[in-house]
Ligand binder design. Sequence first.
Ligand code: B12
Length: 222
Amino acid sequence: MTGNLDLDPTSLSGRVAALDEQGALDAVTLRVTNGDDPLAIIEECQLGMRYVGDHYQSGKYFISGLIMAGEIFREAMLILGPLLPEAGSSNDGVGSVMLCTVRGDIHDLGKSIVAMMLSSYGLVVHDLGVDVAPAEVARRARELRPDIVGLSGLLTVATEGMKATVVELRKTSAELGRQLPVIIGGGIVNEQTCKWAGADLWANDAAQGVRLIREIVAAGRR
Ligand code: B12
């Protein structure tokens, strides 16, 4: 089944890559029992999912493979989610974050991890969902007045949605009388994308993104 995988077929990433649902979930459970860091387990799942994505691109897997990988990951998060730090375990004080996946993109597994981790640090998270139009993001920002906005996207085309959303949010900042920081996240973002989209920060992993968001929120409240 995992015949020519370059990932160890008995590892967690190899089992996700092979779309071996039960095998992957058993491996997650075993790693949890061994006391492994849930974030390290999530990263290994991601490695397997990247493999599925690459092989979808090369024609080895079909769309059903992407769906299955997403489903395995969702189930893994049912086990791993409750193991992330407890709600209110930090003393940063209140703060709020508005998140969404931008226009044209419906990927939300990564965004949900970020949301879960932010909540676990006591931040209030307003998750607007997926495929959210720039004007809608700006409208909700005026209504909710978050400390920072996080935009997620995995499709290359989503960078267009990110840029258009940042333009709308900059107009909103003028109305709010303060600069509303924007962080972009997802597998496709990097320094260049960040500059191009006009965002303030970027992260392509949840731990780094959550660290940056907490720093911005804490600085804004000092
Ligand atoms: C699962 C999956 C799907 C599932 C999504 C299920 C869901 N509910 O999200 C389904 C089947 C729906 C899907 C659909 C499609 N997909 Co898809 N999908 C994937 C796959 C295999 C995994 C994505 C994933 O969830 N990874 C795990 C999560 C945890 O990782 P992550 O999203 O990167 O998030 C982490 C960080 O990026 C960061 N992060 C994410 N968001 C944010 C936000 C902020 C603010 C911060 C700070 C951090 C942050 O934190 C997370 C945790 O560390 C990827 C392959 C890949 N290489 O990623 C392809 C992939 C993203 N999909 C792809 C494609 C092409 C599609 C489709 C267009 C296919 C089609 N022909 O219909 C559609 C898109 C429809 C649309 N309009 O959006 C391509 C995109 C290519 C590109 N560059 O444009 C990829 C890369 C596969 C490939 N190599 O071809 N997909």
